[in-house]
Design a protein. Structure first.
Length: 94
């Protein structure tokens, strides 16, 4: 499966992540209404490059970091498709 490198700048440092469809799908499938932090943390750790792993693990000790990082990564990896819902015409009858 092909990888896409996503680089995030946090403060003055850049961190690289190797995004794959498998990692993305695993993250989305792991999200539950009462469990978002753990899948986010796992997704970030699974995708960060080895050279940035130690620094990212330190970042993940901060409150909210896992969610912010996972959100930024997924927004870049799976951009908005611009999907719109077509409204039924007012002349349509049930």
């Amino acid at each position: 499966m092909s990888k896409q490198i996503v680089t995030l700048t946090i403060g003055e440092k850049e961190y690289s992540f190797e995004m794959t469809m498998e990692a993305y799908n695993s993250y989305i499938n792991g999200m539950m209404p009462n469990n978002k932090v753990s899948p986010s943390h796992n997704f970030v750790v699974k995708t960060v490059t080895e050279e940035d792993k130690k620094a990212v693990l330190e970042l993940l000790e901060r409150p909210g970091a896992a969610g912010q990082l996972a959100g930024a990564l997924t927004a870049e990896y799976a951009p908005d498709l611009g999907i719109e819902i077509k409204k039924p015409s007012s002349s349509a009858k049930s």
